[in-house]
Design a binder for this molecule. Sequence first.
Ligand code: SIN
Length: 357
Amino acid sequence: MFHRQAAQFAVALLGFALFVPTSLAQARLANVTILATGGTIAGSGATSTTTVGYTAATVGVQNLIAAVPELAKVANVSGEQVFQIASENMSNEHWLTLARRVNTLLAQPNVDGIVITHGTDTMEETAYFLNLVVKSRKPVVLVGSMRPSTAMSADGPLNLYNAVLLAAHPDAAGRGVLVSMNDQIQSARDVTKTNTTTTDTFKSTDLGMLGYIQGGKPSFYRAVTRKHTTESEFDVGALTALPQVEIALSYANVGPTQVEALMAAGAKGIVHAGVGNGSLPARVKPALVAARAKGAIVVRASRVGQGILARNGEANDDQLDFVVADTLSPQKARILLMLALTKTTNTREIQRMFYTY
Ligand code: SIN
């Protein structure tokens, strides 16, 4: 009798020992830091129907968090106001500051993920920059909104809730920097803003989004194959500035003025946003050739928005010693070229980087 009771007690003890750590682990919420930078998600307008002509970047991070009490159910959330700007004013210096803060926070064992609130106008650029310089597998999610916080049916609160639950979720780790808007998950590399005002503006066009957020959980259907974050060779650690790289846009009747002016202003690299498959207009080509002769790196990209920029297609890149942007938009090619120039001016090496990231 005594033996049977002792055995039952031992089994109960074992069950308790196994159960308690599991349930405690399940109960532990992830620690997510929200780094606020401004944008429409922190914007306010005169009336609830003001959805254009409002003022971006007026609401502080603590008020953004307070407006979504449901955040406390998905993560232990803390907030930092890093900047308070409309994202058309985002600069290389802002990026260096933000990247350093992200890397410092993610190196801490008590930070599980980061959400960055950001204006939507240049969100894809900040996301791609971070995708190349963040040194962690922990989730980093950029989020914004298309309607200001004061608008009827403002999209900011649910976007923020989704971004926090994504940053808190183990499935989001190791996928590079993510953009979460409108219940969708996009890769920093491929996403772009496609509509001036509607809430379904962020798309990864023909390469496709990574997944959805539905019913309080993220579901991933694809992964990016290009290198990012912990596999990237770029590092902002010692940098105080980024090399000057500019974009010259081509269109019917375009002349050499942009390229010449950019070179006179000290550009170390020029991304040519060409028509079609990156064609070089007859009056622009000599200016680009002269720029290369002066040591600037020339990257051929396209203003079209989709497709691969074919090397040695519309121009003899081998002969001209130019680089092609692969599928990167001109604005993302500018970012990769800036980082490439922190490592090398060798065009073969830079071309390798464009096929790697
Ligand atoms: C901005 O980019 O800061 C303004 C526009 C927006 O956030 O949607």
